[in-house]
Design a protein around this ligand. Structure first.
Ligand code: LLP
Length: 384
């Protein structure tokens, strides 16, 4: 195991708030993914989870592909060294300019989310005299039992094509001369720690492949999306997600056709645990009943608690060992009452100037930061 201890002496010199990433833990995680996935799996890192160029370069160097959801992400992935043919491109609202960017770059596959989008991709490819590889994103109607904002596999979602609508769209894709129907794409949700929805997804995919085969439709790739969860409560105990169980679920559950390739789009489980938001306590405010630790980081730097009620472990990394434990509401400085990291959290006695680490913030942290209140986030810091 890498020593993931914070270089607190170095942190003390830096202006806060900033993200700090352990590159050592990231590379161990990438190794764990590769080991558990096996040589024939294709992993496309979901760039949306963290698009910091240093992080992207590290993941590209490990040989992973990229899962992008915008033209900007395709550009970021290419700039970081991901091979174009290992890029898959999803998203319900691809603009013509973004589609053309993908076609010109020669990306591996467009994950198509509607009949309307298929027609536009086909027309733009035909104008360029190109044949574009397409996977149809299917809504498998599997409940991921996760937060309502990050469940995507149920039929009433804006994402994907419903099961009933799939066959005619697949037939249309086969008939379009500028389209190669190469795959089926699924993604049922995020932060999933229970493997049973994935087992259910495998059954759905097997049934779907059988029924498409009866209609003479075969695809060369199956992409099962991402969604594996991480331990937000105890990142030191479980710094690496349970990749073994995750990949085994698909290995055991999916009946792949001969020659069919299997693709994954993992985001959170690759980058969450290597990142922390480092912030300074500006004030400890003594209210009537409560005590507030007021940080110089807020929902502008990490929006997950305000947006999803997410809980991240918070550590006072300046407090001497053996400090008494106190109860605090840990809040940010932003003018919104939802700017709260935790209400009634337990921390060692905290004082003005202490550094706090908000853990497991490598995924959907820095990348979702905003400039609301004209706030500025300092550059990220990387350590082993
Ligand atoms: N593939 C597709 C089609 C997706 O929509 C997503 C995530 C992924 C892959 C990667 O999923 P992951 O392995 O990271 O769970 N901002 C939210 C999470 C939004 C996830 C959106 N889609 C959060 O902070 O929890």
């Amino acid at each position: 195991m890498t020593d993931n201890t914070f270089p607190i002496n170095r942190f003390a010199e830096l202006p806060t708030p900033f993200y700090a990433y352990s590159i050592g833990l990231l590379s161990q995680t990438l190794q764990a993914v590769s080991n558990a996935a096996g040589a024939d799996a294709h992993i496309h890192y979901a760039v949306k989870a963290n698009a910091n160029p240093v992080i992207l370069q590290e993941i590209a160097r490990a040989g992973f592909g990229a899962d992008c959801v915008s033209g900007g992400e395709i550009e970021a992935a290419l700039a970081a060294g991901f091979e174009a043919k290992k890029i898959v491109y999803a998203g319900v609202g691809k603009t013509d300019a973004e589609i053309l960017l993908g076609i010109d770059a020669g990306i591996g596959c467009f994950n198509v989310e509607s009949a309307e989008e298929l027609e536009i991709i086909a027309a733009l490819a035909a104008e360029k005299n190109k044949i574009v590889r397409v996977a149809l994103r299917v809504n498998p109607n599997v409940d991921a039992h996760t937060h309502k904002h990050i469940t995507t596999g149920l039929s009433e979602n804006k994402f994907g094509i419903n099961l009933e609508a799939l066959l005619p769209i697949a037939e249309r894709a086969v008939a379009l001369p500028s389209i190669e129907l190469s795959g089926l794409h699924f993604h049922i949700g995020s932060q999933m720690l229970d493997m049973s929805p994935y087992a259910e997804l495998c059954i759905k995919i097997n049934e779907l492949q059988d029924s498409l085969a009866k209609n003479g439709i075969f695809v060369s790739s199956i992409n099962v999306g991402g969604g594996l969860g991480v331990d937000y409560d105890d990142p030191d105990k479980n710094p690496i997600a349970d990749f073994e169980s995750y990949f085994a679920t698909f290995r055991n559950g999916l009946k792949l056709r001969p020659g069919q390739t299997l693709h994954f789009e993992l985001g959170r489980s690759i980058v969450a645990q290597c990142g922390s938001l480092i912030s300074r306590c500006i004030y400890v405010k003594h209210g009537t009943v409560k005590k507030f630790v007021i940080l110089d980081a807020g929902m502008t730097e990490l929006i997950r608690p305000a947006l999803y009620g997410a809980r991240h472990k918070i550590q006072n990394i300046s407090a001497p060992e053996g400090s008494p434990i106190e109860t605090y509401d840990v809040v940010g400085p932003v003018c919104e009452s939802s700017d709260v990291f935790v209400a009634g959290g337990h921390l060692p006695l905290t004082q003005r100037g202490d550094l706090l680490a908000i853990r497991s913030a490598g995924a959907y942290g820095e990348v979702m930061a905003s400039n609301y209140n004209c706030r500025k986030l300092h550059p990220a810091y990387f350590f082993n």
